[in-house]
Design a protein around this ligand. Sequence first.
Ligand code: EPS
Length: 390
Amino acid sequence: MLRYFTAGESHGEALVAFLSGLPAGLKIDQTFLDRDLWRRQQGYGRGGRMKIERDTAHILSGVRHGMTIGSPISIEIANRDWKNWEESLPVSEGDPDKHKRVASPRPGHADLAGALKYNFPEARYVLERASARETTARVALGAIAKLFLRELGIDVLSHVVTTGSVSVSNQVPWEKIRPLYDLPEVLLNCADADAEQRMKEEVDKVLRTGDSVGGVFEVVAHNVPPGLGTYAQWDERLDALLASAVMSLQAVKAVEIGSGVAAAFAPGSQVHDEIGYSATSGFTAFSRAHNNAGGIEGGVSNGEDIRVRGYLKPISTLRRPLQSVDFSTREPVKAAYERSDVCVVPAAGVAAESMVALTLARCALEKFGGDSMIETLRNFMGYCEQLKNY
Ligand code: EPS
């Protein structure tokens, strides 16, 4: 079984990520990992931190001579900012006078709920772990999951469909999403150049006013075979697993599969994807008139592109802060402000690609098994043959 977890605080020495359960013999491309880490750092509206960091995945174990060897993979990603925090956030007792308190909780952030839960007198330790900096570790793991999926012909990418009040109107085909990966610069990772300019204006507006802006990203998994996930048990349904994985990302407040939200307001005749038998490519000759289901029916992938949207609330750290209460005096004050991003929709999309890739890799390994890539691929190809002959 594919298992993973992360450790590390936003301003600690490093982030650490662990992944176990991958077959031996998967080629690990360091450039690919670092490219995804770079992609997560991009986007118009990122703050000062991204100028400090140049994230790179330092693999400590589980990979030898460029290949996985079946043992757990561990990765370290250094925080360059650590040198500015060594004295105020030491592992040892340190000097309490150097401690940087977060005097008042930010509405929308984990600050208050976390301080109450862990019985901290203020929110420093809360934000250190709650921060979206943690997604760096997930992206490193997700990139490895993507390399595994690529061996099965599956690709996972994201694009931005909404920033603030600006949205792209129609379902964006894979062919328009694919080229976004190669762009040397990322603005809002939107496949529609006109909409992207209007999205940039939305970000400019909040930059001027000291506010922040949210939006919607969509992750698309292309060339996924039918049959991943199952309706047989509630916690093995692919849509449930994906929703949980994407919802676990910082600032995501809603998840949608395919056209799930619009479907609730439309008659069945306009929602469900009519079936034909004329496909000349793909896993079978079964074809669909459209893909409102987002590639999943009954908790099982159906061979169409898997489409998962994440709805992101605006960043909760505001340059013109909202009302809050001082942790010590309990007097009304403005919420704490430290350097912050104002828009992270493209970055959240990259983090969500990782969560989708890890989820699909887990389901694929559950279905095809294998302790070596040769064994996994043999099982996978046998299944593809079965689908062709269906
Ligand atoms: C982030 C790093 C953080 C924040 C952001 C995401 O760095 P710092 O707190 O040093 O500026 O920019 O985290 C938050 C938005 C948050 O609320 O914690 C990153 O690497 O993505």
